[in-house]
Design a binder for this molecule. Structure first.
Ligand SMILES: O=C(O)c1ccccc1NCC(=O)[C@H](O)[C@H](O)COP(=O)(O)O
Length: 225
């Protein structure tokens, strides 16, 4: 099965168009002023309008207050909210009631015990996103281009609906998919020429690698039968 692919931190028409043309199922906009990928809600709304209906629009925020979220939801009309901070399960319930949107809750992981933190969110978050812990000194909870030990995810129950994220790129996504059989993946730095600058060549290379991984997993499965 083809994985869902989320390209995150988009800021240009060229990158949005290429991501969706290559089959991105989700595109993410970052609303976090310290990020090189930060975008104003009005600008994100214009980019979202180019591809609405062709890919799901994800608004990524970090412990955002309700005023900021009101503006983002109003201008961008996202299909999902991605919460990348320390939002509590109660906060998720409040936001679901307020906006009626499904929520992707991000967790940073380094070791298997980090996965236990999802427990209070099961049945509340619609999808989880597992990212690496930020390196020391980083101001960003995500978008650091750092990966974690993917084998940790093999211990998860099969029905946990998650996106694999953190440091993915054209070189390593095949191995990540083979090890985890993730049904959804997310990339930002790995398709950039510099922080915040998406590169259409790297977007192409990423999708080429995902397609190649799909073909190789399919042939491995038929060898097994
Ligand atoms: O990308 C950012 O700058 C960012 C800032 C603050 C919160 C979240 C952020 N990114 C969220 C994402 O979903 C990224 O795609 C994810 O962290 C993976 O990034 P990367 O390791 O660079 O591929």
């Amino acid at each position: 099965m083809k994985p869902d692919v989320k390209i995150c931190g988009l800021k240009s028409e060229e990158a949005v168009d290429r991501a969706v043309a290559r089959g991105a199922t989700h595109i993410g906009f970052i609303f976090f002023p310290k990020s090189p990928r930060n975008i104003e809600p009005a600008a994100a709304g214009e980019l979202a309008d180019r591809v609405r209906g062709h890919a799901k629009i994800v608004a990524v925020t970090v412990d955002a207050d309700t005023d900021d979220l009101d503006e983002i939801v109003d201008q961008v009309k996202p299909d999902y909210l991605q919460l990348h901070g320390n939002e509590s399960p109660e906060r998720l319930l409040t936001l679901k009631a307020l906006y009626g949107l499904p929520i992707i809750k991000a967790f940073s992981v380094r070791e298997a015990s980090d996965l236990e933190r999802i427990e209070p969110y099961i049945g509340i978050a619609d999808r989880f996103l597992f990212d690496a812990k930020p390196p020391k000194g980083s101001d960003l909870p995500g978008g650091n281009g750092v990966s974690f030990d993917w084998t940790i995810l093999q211990s998860l129950d099969a029905d946990v609906n998650y996106m694999l994220s953190g440091g993915l790129n054209a070189e390593n996504v095949g191995e990540a998919l083979a090890l985890t059989r993730a049904r959804a993946i997310d990339v930002s730095s790995g398709v950039e020429s510099a922080p915040g600058i998406k590169d259409v060549g790297l977007i192409d290379a990423f999708f080429d690698a995902v397609e190649k991984a799909g073909a190789s997993n399919r042939s491995q499965r038929s060898d097994e039968t």
